[in-house]
Design a protein. Structure first.
Length: 322
């Protein structure tokens, strides 16, 4: 624990590896470390960044991170959740190679974690990794998501500020964008505005118009749209000012603390659900009945509903006879 609290990046990396492990012995030790580190957490700004592949998330994060380090004397931790290889289970994109300058800074910590098929593309232990980074003294935590499936919702539920990154040509993009994604956004940023400023301006207007149709955010913050260019640095400082304004406003109206508490309860419930699912699959009676019932479902001898109900009954009562 002391190594994490001292900010040793190598020890922090090993602690996150321990948290990500599925071995029971590792999980027990990881829980002890997290419990010990918990009093030293909660002092960072947590920012989630999502967007379609190719929107420039990694480039923006690197430029923003270097801005925070050089001009604001901040420390930055990036938890980048990579798509997982279906063969090896390892990360595909390798964000350290895509954020070379930021990775080289002793004020930054970058951790690419494979999603390994977890719901929404968010690594199962991203939340715990975030707590360890806070305990290590990182004042800004950035969670980059794969940008597919339910990842937007998952990231939103673990950060203070949620940024949706889009590209010029947002008219078509908005048509394909799930309503729920934009409803969650605190800020919509149109990236690569230097390539075609006119198209970026139109995209910003379209995004702003779309945001007006959504219900007010529970934090009291009014979502807005901006243009920026991660490549040239245009609008990045202003983007960070929006993050700071959001934090100031939510701290002032009390929603910052309320949301953090609600997130903590949700984390607890997610862990309970995950633990129950793992216990269900490892339970002797359900494991024994699973193979036969799966075959019955595939061959049409029983319904999925009846098979699931039978397995649940076996879990509750191993002597149950269907």
């Amino acid at each position: 624990m002391q190594g994490v609290l001292s900010g040793d990046r190598a020890i922090l990396g090993r602690a996150i590896t321990l948290v990500e492990s599925t071995r029971p012995a590792d999980q027990e030790l990881a829980e002890q470390i997290l419990e010990a580190c918990l009093p030293h957490t909660g002092n960072s700004i947590r920012v989630g960044i999502t967007g379609i592949p190719g929107a420039g998330k990694s480039t923006l994060i690197e430029v923003l991170g270097m801005l925070l380090i050089r001009e604001h004397s901040k420390t930055v931790a990036v938890l980048a959740v990579d798509p997982s290889s279906q063969i090896s289970g390892g990360s595909i994109l390798g964000d350290k190679t895509r954020m070379a300058s930021l990775a080289a800074s002793d004020k930054a910590f970058i951790r690419p974690s494979p999603s390994r098929g977890s719901l929404g593309g968010v690594a199962q232990r991203t939340r715990e990794a975030m707590l360890l980074c806070e305990a290590a003294g990182y004042g800004t935590i950035i969670v980059e998501t794969v940008g597919v499936g339910q990842s937007e919702v998952a990231v939103h539920d673990m950060v203070d500020f949620f940024l949706l990154l889009m590209l010029p040509g947002a008219g078509d993009e908005l048509q394909g964008m799930k309503r729920g994604v934009m409803e969650l956004a605190d800020l919509v940023a149109i990236n690569k505005a230097d390539v075609n400023p006119a198209a970026a301006a139109r995209a910003r207007t379209e995004a702003e118009n779309a945001l007006h149709y959504f219900p007010a955010l529970p934090t009291g913050w009014t979502a807005r749209a901006v243009t920026c260019s991660a490549l040239s640095g245009q609008g990045i400082a202003e983007l960070w000012n929006d993050v700071l304004e959001h934090q100031k406003r939510t701290l002032g109206n009390g929603s910052f603390t309320r949301v953090r508490r609600e997130q903590a309860i949700k984390w607890m419930n997610d862990i309970i659900q995950q633990g129950l699912a793992n216990h269900f699959r490892s339970h002797a009676a359900t494991r024994a009945g699973l193979v036969g019932l799966e075959k019955d479902v595939m061959e049409g001898r029983t319904t999925s509903f009846r098979a699931a109900r039978t397995l649940l009954q076996l879990y509750i009562d191993p002597n149950f006879v269907s």
